[in-house]
Design a protein around this ligand. Structure first.
Ligand code: NAP
Length: 267
């Protein structure tokens, strides 16, 4: 089933930079009316103006995903302005690079607040509207490390696994309500993500492995918005590792350890 996105309404969290911003621009380019949320109001205002300048429809609202009321206001902005909500892109996310044994609990809580509770807040704000409509699509931006964890970012991986679990559970809960649920799993993507996380982290991580641009990941988000599916890997061969990990985790441990020894000696 291919959805005609023209005239439909999307809310994108974390739309001030990287994947979220690129997704908002692409979805608007496909004819969606988009509402951009993030904490940096100047950035989302600029992105919304750019979309409008290109002939699209966009609104913006300063919204912190850790605040349930902010997510309710963001969804309210979409329904007040456009009368419906067809797609929630739950994209806002932050990282921390350090060994789990010495990760400060304040950092762990911050990741859980933004990546996990932030996703839940968005879902809880969007689902009642979609239920009432009898249609909608929740699209969660997880990660390849939400399918197979790597060393040096255990809490981050846990939050990304948690998003996959939320999506699996929701797919079954919402099947009868006509609401689609998808997870998009990017690999390394050149955004502000690494710089922002590095500023708070003891380890230095850079994009590694197959590296994508935010626009390429947004392209996958657009395809999934048009043709909802449970899970999309931005780098499709990564699925082989996920399958192998399900049947032989020790083999994947060995492969991942060897890879990480090469790219991050000393971790
Ligand atoms: P990014 O450029 O740093 O964007 C992160 C976005 O999240 C920003 O717009 C930021 O906006 C927003 N954000 C952070 N905390 C927030 C909060 N409390 N409330 C609302 N928004 C908040 O990084 P990105 O790479 O595009 O990341 C987007 C998603 O992709 C994340 O979920 C990340 O885990 C996932 N991902 C990234 C990569 C990668 O290699 N980059 C790989 C796999 C998955 P404000 O600071 O303005 O609030």
């Amino acid at each position: 089933m291919r959805i005609d996105l023209r005239g439909r309404v999307a809310v994108v969290t974390g739309a001030s930079s990287g994947i979220g911003r690129a997704a908002a621009v692409l979805l608007a380019g496909a004819g969606m009316r988009v509402v951009l949320g993030a904490r940096r109001a100047d950035r989302i205002q600029e992105a919304a103006e750019r979309i409008r300048g290109a002939g699209g429809e966009a609104r913006w609202l300063r919204a912190d995903v850790t605040q349930a009321e902010d997510m309710a206001r963001l969804v309210g902005e979409a329904t007040a302005a456009y009368g419906r909500l067809d797609l929630l892109v739950a994209n806002a996310g932050v990282g921390y690079f350090g060994r789990l044994e010495s990760t400060p609990l304040a950092e762990a809580r911050r990741l859980l607040d933004v990546n996990l509770l932030g996703t839940i807040h968005g879902i809880q704000a969007a689902v009642p509207v979609m239920r009432a409509q009898g249609s909608g699509h929740l699209l969660l931006v997880s990660s390849i490390v939400g399918k197979r964890a790597s060393p040096g970012n255990g809490v981050y991986c846990a939050t990304k696994f948690a998003q996959v679990a939320l999506a699996e559970s929701l797919r079954l809960e919402l099947a009868e309500a006509g609401i689609q649920v998808s997870v998009v799993c990017p690999v390394s993507t050149t955004t502000e993500f690494f710089e922002t996380a590095r500023a708070r982290s003891p380890l230095r991580f850079d994009p590694t492995g197959p590296v994508y641009s935010a626009e390429q990941v947004a392209g996958v988000i657009l395809r999934v918005a048009r043709r909802p599916r449970p899970e999309a890997m931005v780098y499709p061969p990564a699925r082989l590792m996920v399958i192998l990990n399900a049947i032989a985790p020790r083999v994947v441990d060995t492969l991942v350890a060897a890879y990480w020894k090469r790219v991050r000696p000393g971790l």
